[in-house]
Design a protein around this ligand. Structure first.
Ligand code: C5P
Length: 323
């Protein structure tokens, strides 16, 4: 069976990847750029319910709120939006969104015709620079939240300040700190400098909800992946995809994820909006993508036919669980 067929059904391992991707993975494991040292347990036998409850308990959604140094001295308590991200919700009388869609940027979503279905959700999360214009039939056109990595803020080619992609949505940015979450070190040398552009954007558009994820949230998500995988996963943060899925599970009662676990349209085309081919985008090199996807498959409550036809996973919101 192919790696994707195995992803639909269960256990995967790095040994199923091409020699090139296996080598890339090994190089990242030995480089250990973020100084990860994991001392927790590794269990690969948790049930779906146990996994969900572990996610709920160990990975509480958290953003930089200006209460810790160095951010407190820099006046960030007054810079960040007054309303916490956790309170983002559909209607005034509700505590969370009812149905949410997470739309990955995978090439496999091309010719899916999923746009209408995606837009029926109360909230739609998209990633980085992925456009909707020109792709509405396949990806829809509604965007509620956009999660962006620090490269979007730091690299002028993305035109963060002027592109319409980043307007009229809630923005959530992230950047990997060292694994020990030393906020002073992180502020002094982020992976890509997001702090300057963030401050500038907050001052220019104070009414737009714009948050930075707390790096401890990102690493506690990583811990959940490693803690449920026997192999050594890449010591790099989870992909934006995994972070976005868990974010929506914190904000919504039900989450549908599209083309994270690939459908039968699976392709090496990296993004639906770019002519660039690399299997690493789907199976991982830098990010522990294969293991993330295996974990998400284990908590999927939808049928295998949804995976094949729509690349669709169905997940419960964390707030609906009785743990
Ligand atoms: O490439 P980018 O990070 O912007 O894509 C958003 C997310 O979509 C990724 O972090 C990954 O989780 C998912 N993705 C995928 N397969 C692809 C491309 C993206 O699973 N081919």
């Amino acid at each position: 069976a192919s790696v994707v067929q195995r992803l639909w059904r269960g256990r995967v391992s790095a040994g199923m990847l091409s020699p090139r991707l296996q080598r890339a993975m090994k190089d990242y494991v030995s480089a250990n750029k973020h100084h990860v040292s994991y001392t927790g347990h590794r269990r690969s036998s948790r049930s779906a319910k146990e996994l969900l409850c572990q996610m709920k308990a160990q990975a509480r959604l958290r953003t930089v709120d200006g209460s810790e140094q160095p951010f407190s001295s820099l006046g960030w308590a007054r810079l960040v939006p007054p309303r916490p991200l956790e309170h983002l919700r559909g209607r005034q009388d509700q505590s969370s969104f009812q149905t949410c869609a997470v739309v990955t940027s995978a090439g496999a979503i091309l010719r899916s015709g999923l746009g209408k279905e995606i837009d029926t959700h109360d909230a739609v999360l998209r990633f980085n620079a992925a456009p909707t214009e020109g792709y509405e039939r396949d990806v829809g056109n509604k965007t509620t939240i956009r999660i962006i990595n620090s490269q979007i803020l730091a690299n002028p080619k993305h035109r963060f300040n002027t592109s319409s992609i980043y307007k009229n949505v809630t923005l959530v940015a992230w950047d990997p700190a060292p694994y020990n979450v030393d906020l002073h070190k992180w502020y002094a040398s982020p992976d890509y400098n997001l702090f300057g552009p963030y401050i500038e954007h907050r001052k220019l558009h104070p009414g737009q909800p714009f948050y930075i994820l707390h790096p401890s949230y990102v690493w506690r998500l990583w811990d959940v992946i490693q803690g449920n995988t026997q192999e050594n996963i890449q010591p790099n943060p989870p992909s934006s995809g995994f972070i976005g899925i868990l974010l929506m599970m914190a904000l919504c009662e039900q989450v549908h994820v599209y083309e994270y676990i690939p459908s039968m349209r699976q392709t090496d085309l990296c993004h639906y909006h770019e002519r660039y081919y690399d299997a690493a985008c789907t199976l991982g090199a830098y990010h522990p993508l294969l293991y993330e996807k295996s974990l998400v498959q284990r908590i999927n409550t939808g049928p295998e036919s949804d995976l094949r036809k729509k690349g669709r996973v169905t997940l419960p919101g964390l707030g609906t669980l009785n743990c």
